[in-house]
Design a protein around this ligand. Structure first.
Ligand SMILES: Cc1cc2nc3c(=O)[nH]c(=O)nc-3n(C[C@H](O)[C@H](O)[C@H](O)COP(=O)(O)OP(=O)(O)OC[C@H]3O[C@@H](n4cnc5c(N)ncnc54)[C@H](O)[C@@H]3O)c2cc1C
Length: 200
């Protein structure tokens, strides 16, 4: 069985983002005040920061970003998909065969127990294969699969929702894997829009 190793680390990839997002947000936001005359070379950053300070966040909903996350556990994706304003497409265990499933070893697992953990995954793989060979469909054989099983997911949200998600999920109170995934997405979005994400 293939196992999660250092060569199969969590991967976060930006698939799409609203072009010239800060300009779109400024154009939308300034419509509220009909203050288009104030649009200038460096007006976006200052205007967006002012919006955020006063809690006027809806203009940020005009910008969107889509990510693909790979090599993450179903334990992580189960938490991420609770954010209902986010659009989600996830690898299906009904249609995709898990006869060689990969898995995430928790980063908190002490080194001396990693082999034991991988042994447990092998036992679970054998259980899955047994039920498949007895004729169970993939959608039912998956009942024995672990939360550690890796998944691939594409998630889209507007900038206001991403800010909300990052605040919750990059906090020290969040679980380490979702914190790693959200920190990686935040780092990418900061490069594209400093004004919208640098304060988080
Ligand atoms: C540290 C942490 C621990 C957690 N532990 C658990 C746990 O043990 N068990 C568990 O089930 N979940 C848990 N969750 C998940 C949590 O309860 C939320 O489901 C998740 O964070 C998504 O919240 P959301 O506000 O983004 O999402 P959504 O539910 O998608 O809501 C989006 C926004 O819409 C508004 N909204 C939505 N519904 C209503 C409503 N009915 N009334 C008023 N406003 C609404 C709110 O402003 C909300 O922020 C945990 C989350 C975190 C961050």
């Amino acid at each position: 069985m293939e196992k999660q190793s250092s060569s199969k680390k969590l991967k976060v990839e930006l698939i799409a983002i609203t072009p010239d997002a800060e300009n779109v947000i400024e154009q939308a936001g300034r419509t509220c005040y009909l203050s288009f005359d104030k649009i200038g070379a460096n007006s976006q950053e200052e205007f967006i920061q002012r919006l955020l300070k006063m809690g006027h966040e809806t203009p940020l909903e005009h910008a969107y970003a889509t990510f693909r996350i790979k090599n993450c556990s179903r334990a992580m994706t189960h938490q991420l998909v609770r954010h209902r304003l986010m659009a989600v497409s996830q690898q299906s265990q009904r249609y995709v065969n898990e006869n060689q499933f990969c898995y995430v070893v928790p980063e908190t697992m002490p080194d001396e127990f990693v082999d034991d953990f991988c042994g447990d995954m092998k036992i679970i793989q054998d259980m899955y294969d047994k039920w498949r060979s007895r004729g169970l469909k993939k959608e039912d054989a998956r009942f024995v699969l672990p939360n550690a099983c890796t998944s691939e997911i594409v998630v889209s949200a507007d900038f206001r929702e991403w800010r909300h998600i990052f605040k919750l999920r990059t906090s020290p109170k969040a679980q380490w894997e979702i914190r790693n995934a959200c920190s990686a997405m935040l780092e990418i979005l900061r490069k594209h829009s400093k004004a919208c994400f640098e304060d988080i």
